[in-house]
Design a protein around this ligand. Structure first.
Ligand code: FAD
Length: 279
C-alpha cells in the first residue's frame, strides 16, 4: 500500500512565480497527492493570492485546500472567505489561528483555532474537511506541553477531521505526540509535516524561530559542508528519507511535504520512498 501524500505551497507574489507554481503542481501531481494546500498570511494579507493559487490548482484537476487563519478577523470576514471558497467548490481547509504581525492593534473576534473550527462546522456544515495544526515539539508560545496537548485535543474535538504537524526532525517527538493525543481521546489522523532541506541556512532559521530541534549531529555535519551544495543536498536527502521511513514504518497515516514551491527534492524523496508510480 502506497503512502498518501499532500504538498504545501505559499501563494506566489509575482507572475513568474505563478507560472512556476503551475509547473510544480504538474510535476508533483504525477504522484497523485491527496491534495495541495496553500498558506494564508495572518490578518488576510494574502487573501486574494491564496484564492487565486487554489483556483489554479483546482483548474489543473487537483484537490486544493486553502489555509485560513482567524486572528485579527471578524466572523463576517471569515464567513465571506468561506462563501467565496464554497462558490468555487472548495470544501477542504486548513484552519489556523495565525500570528498577527507585532504592533497590530486588534485581535479580532477569534482567539484560538478551535473557535475557527467550531465556526466553520456550524456555518458550513459537515461536508467540509477541516485540517488543523499540531506541534510535536510544543507550540513555541506555550510553556507547558500538557496544556498545549489539552488545547490540541479540544481543537480536534471542536470538529477537525485531521491534523498536520509542524515540521520536525525527531521521529520520537511525533510518536510521543500521537500517543499522548490518543490518551486524550483524539482519534483523527495526525499527519507528519516534513520539511526537506531546501536550503539549510533558511530551514535552520525557521527551526530556531519555531522552537524545532535540529539534532546536533545534523547541524554539525551541515555546517561542516560550508558551501558544498552537493554534499548538503545528498546528506539532507538521506536524513529526511530515513525520517520518513521511520514515520511510515511506525504507522504515520501519510506525509505532508512543505515544498517551498519547489519540486526537485520532494520528487526525489518520494521516489526513494516508493511514493507515486509514475515518477
Ligand atoms: P491554536 O491551536 O489556537 O494554538 C495557539 C496557541 O494557543 C498554542 O500555544 C495553544 O496551546 C494555545 N491555546 C489554544 N487554545 C487555548 C485556550 N483555549 N486557552 C489558552 N491557550 C490556548 N500561519 C499562518 O499565518 N498561515 C498559514 O497558512 C499557516 N499554516 C500553517 C500550517 C501548519 C501545518 C502549521 C503547523 C502551522 C501553520 N501556521 C500558519 C502557523 C500558525 O498559524 C502558528 O503556529 C500560530 O501561532 C498558531 O496557530 P494554531 O492554529 O496552531 O493555533
Amino acid at each position: 500500500m502506497t503512502t498518501s501524500v499532500s504538498f504545501e505551497f505559499f501563494p506566489p507574489n509575482t507572475p513568474v512565480g505563478v507560472e512556476k507554481l503551475k509547473t510544480v503542481v504538474q510535476e508533483l501531481g504525477a504522484l497523485a497527492p491527496q491534495y495541495f494546500s496553500v498558506t494564508y498570511g495572518a490578518g488576510g494579507a494574502t487573501r486574494d493570492k491564496t484564492l487565486s493559487a487554489v483556483m489554479d490548482i483546482a483548474a489543473a484537476g487537483f484537490e486544493a485546500a486553502p489555509h485560513l487563519s482567524c486572528v485579527g478577523s471578524t466572523r463576517e470576514g471569515i464567513a465571506g472567505i468561506l462563501s467565496a471558497y464554497r462558490a468555487q467548490h472548495i470544501r477542504r481547509v486548513v484552519a489556523l489561528r495565525g500570528d498577527l504581525p507585532s504592533g497590530t492593534a486588534t485581535a479580532g473576534e477569534f482567539r484560538y483555532a478551535s473557535e475557527l473550527v467550531s465556526f466553520i462546522r456550524e456555518t458550513q456544515g459537515p461536508d467540509w474537511h477541516i485540517e488543523v495544526a499540531a506541534y510535536p515539539e510544543v507550540h513555541p508560545q506555550q510553556r507547558y506541553a500538557a496544556q498545549d496537548m489539552r488545547h490540541f485535543a479540544d481543537k480536534m474535538k471542536a470538529g477537525a477531521d485531521g491534523a498536520i504537524t509542524q515540521f520536525f526532525f525527531n521521529a520520537d517527538a511525533y510518536f510521543h505526540f500521537v500517543d499522548e493525543a490518543r490518551k486524550l481521546g483524539v482519534t483523527q489522523p495526525i499527519v507528519p509535516g516534513i520539511m526537506p532541506f531546501h536550503n539549510y541556512g533558511r530551514i535552520a532559521q525557521f527551526a530556531q524561530r519555531d522552537g524545532i530541534d535540529i539534532p546536533r549531529w545534523v547541524q554539525m555535519k551541515m555546517e561542516g559542508f560550508m558551501d558544498d551544495a552537493a554534499s548538503i543536498r545528498a546528506f539532507g536527502l538521506d536524513v529526511i528519507t530515513r525520517l520518513c521511513e521511520r514515520l511510515i514504518d511506525g504507522g504515520a497515516p501519510g506525509i505532508h511535504f512543505y515544498t517551498l514551491n519547489q519540486s526537485a527534492l520532494t520528487l526525489e524523496l518520494c521516489k526513494r520512498l516508493g511514493i507515486g508510480a509514475k515518477v
